[in-house]
Design a protein. Structure first.
Length: 254
């Protein structure tokens, strides 16, 4: 049986190896793909151990890797070659629901933080093509920044069931917001909702960044806020929704 102590030790070892691989390929935009494709998946298939990943789900088509930055940040990475948010594969009818899988993996964030976290403290993010360093799709799984969480609470009544501009900037950048009850509604997954907001202009997806933040609505029901931003390079905005996350996960001081 994998105890908490063993799990944390294995995670730390995996992070150290992943960090070494990343540093040795500092200028290599394919290092995440190489870690998953050349190490995690073969190790899971041959030995039943996904090292250096924390998990490999071959049925779901993804791996979970401890990121080298922050104590609690994890990445969901597809086991198929998918470039990023602009890749048409994410909108195929049979595409895996990476968002639901990533949300399920927030349990790893809580284990690394060594205490339970309210859903409002947890978040997922994928950066635009301009705001990423890797050319393999990955979702950042970590805590949300305290000020972002608090701002969402303050303006909760203004977030409805259709996309609308969020009333104030977040981390200095404009976002649109929508509230949803679930991440796995058929035909209305986060990527599909984002594509619908673009009125079918799916070729523009590469300029978009998408963030999922846990929420508890006024009636006490759990749900999510989706935040979508668009890169504006002339204005200094790279479309990096990860900016809303707190990789120090300083929830104890909140």
């Amino acid at each position: 049986m994998l105890t908490r102590r063993h799990w944390l030790a294995a995670t730390a070892a995996a992070a150290c190896l992943a960090a070494g691989l990343a540093r040795s390929h500092a200028a290599n935009p394919n290092v995440l793909w190489q870690i998953v494709h050349e190490k995690c998946v073969p190790n899971e298939a041959r030995f039943g151990v996904p090292f250096p990943c924390v998990a490999v789900n071959r049925t779901g088509g993804y791996a979970i890797l401890k990121d080298i930055e922050g104590a609690t940040q994890f990445l969901l990475i597809p086991t198929a070659r998918i470039n990023g948010i602009e890749d048409p594969a994410i909108l195929m009818p049979d595409a895996p629901n990476y968002w639901q899988a990533a949300w399920d993996a927030t349990s790893l964030v809580q284990a690394a933080a060594e205490h339970a976290l309210p859903r409002e403290d947890l978040s997922l993010a994928i950066n635009s093509i301009h705001g990423r360093s890797q050319n393999q799709f990955h979702i950042h799984i970590d805590c949300i920044r305290a000020e972002v969480r608090d701002t969402l609470r303050q303006h909760a009544a203004e977030i409805g069931g259709t996309w609308a501009p969020f009333p104030v900037p977040l981390s200095g950048h404009p976002y649109q917001a929508v509230r949803v009850e679930t991440l796995d509604r058929p035909g209305a997954t986060p990527f599909e909702l984002l594509a619908d907001r673009l009125r079918g202009a799916r070729e523009d997806m590469g300029d978009e960044t998408l963030i999922v933040v846990g929420a508890t609505f006024g009636d006490g029901e759990p749900g999510f806020y989706l935040l979508a931003g668009r890169a504006d390079l002339a204005g200094g905005n790279r479309g990096e929704g990860e900016e809303l996350q707190d990789h120090s996960c300083g929830v104890k001081s909140r």
